[in-house]
Design a protein around this ligand. Structure first.
Ligand SMILES: [Mn+2]
Length: 358
């Protein structure tokens, strides 16, 4: 752990332990929040913290704004999740009105890997309604407020920070790390780190990141299974839709801007889920001469989701913010609501505005 992380990690650990004691007295529940369009880091961070806290007797659940993606089923975290939005029934869970979960009032919130409450989907209002809030994140553009906000924009992942907080929990309880961080929790944190570092290849991979991964490996985290399940294993629909999306790439600005659009019809043709093109944007960034890569995908809701990746100077987060989104310097995204024009209209606008910045 970096020296400068030691103090905030210890403070977060102390807050979590305070929450634990208060929760016991009040006989309540804690909900752990993440962003919608869930990824390995937010699920890994939330489930890892949930498991660590549950093992200490905390009554907590990960509040899911959507179903767990199939490719994350290998994590074995189903018992930790509470699906607030039920996609099969297309309804928000009834516990919303009662303020309780399995009969216990939910009064505490921990949010991980999320920069703005608007990105929690249907869970946003549950977060707002919790009295006590803690926040662990590595996004710079954070707009939330809580009792303790631990934000480290330079950290590889939220999961790395959650791992440090868990180590500090072990330290302050004088418990061995392997008694505090179970193999399941270690695998969750590993999932987050491997995801957000692109398997330890992105610039956010630092010596302390590798050090953490080494420790997590000793605690039961498995880089090979995370890597295979989240990066290499592909459903056939993903393989095919991804190939079509790549064929549709167009280049602008002397090859510095690469963009592709994936209309709903393409997903329908292959009976594909929206995650079918998750691997396309970073592949586009690898095209020689490309500075910024953008994928626009049309969701079944009619919304259009954009992913933006850049190589060396284009500010992806600033660009995404032009459309109400956000993220990191080299990786960002935004969602445009249904009814604001076709995907081709949006592509035209994106090309024009990106060209001005290139
Ligand atoms: Mn993250």
């Amino acid at each position: 752990m970096l020296d400068r992380y030691a103090l905030p990690a210890a403070k977060m650990a102390a807050n979590l332990l305070e929450y634990k004691d208060r929760l016991k007295k009040l006989d309540g529940a804690m909900l752990i929040f993440l962003h919608r369009s869930v990824d390995g880091d937010c699920v890994g961070s939330a489930c890892g913290m949930c498991k660590v806290l549950r093992d200490l007797g905390v009554n907590c659940y990960v509040a899911m704004p959507e179903s767990l993606p199939k490719d994350m089923e290998f994590m074995g975290v189903e018992d930790l999740l509470f699906n607030i939005y039920n996609e099969d029934l297309d309804e928000i869970h009834e516990f919303k009105d009662k303020g309780t979960i399995y009969g216990k009032p939910y009064i505490q919130a921990l949010s991980v890997d999320i920069s703005e409450p608007g990105r929690m989907g249907c869970c946003g209002e549950y977060f707002e309604s919790c009295k006590d809030k803690l926040i662990i994140d590595h996004h710079a553009s954070i707009t939330m407020r809580g009792d303790n906000m631990w934000i480290e924009p330079d950290a590889s992942s939220a999961a790395e920070l959650c791992f440090y907080a868990s180590c500090k929990i072990a330290e302050s309880l004088s418990m061995p790390e392997d008694k505090t961080i179970s193999p399941l929790a270690a695998q969750c944190f590993m999932t987050g780190i491997v995801t957000d570092t692109g398997r330890f290849t992105y610039k956010n991979t630092r010596p302390e990141t590798l050090d953490s991964a080494g420790k997590l490996m000793e605690l039961g985290g498995d880089i090979t299974s995370v890597s295979y399940n989240l990066f290499d294993r592909k459903a056939l629909y993903k393989f095919r839709v991804s190939a079509e999306a790549r064929m549709r790439v167009k280049l602008y600005c002397e090859g510095k801007l690469a963009i592709t659009t994936v209309p709903r019809s393409l997903f329908d043709k292959h009976e594909a889920l929206p995650d079918a093109v998750d691997d396309v944007v970073s592949a586009m960034r690898d095209i020689e001469g490309v500075e910024v890569a953008i994928v626009l995908r049309e969701l079944s809701t009619g919304e259009i989701r954009a992913n933006v990746r850049s190589v060396s100077y284009f500010d992806s987060a600033a660009f995404a913010s032009l459309y109400g989104g956000g993220g990191h310097l080299r990786a960002a995204g935004f969602t445009v609501k249904d009814g604001s024009g076709t995907i081709d209209d949006l592509a035209g606008d994106v090309i024009r505005r990106a060209s001005e910045l290139l």
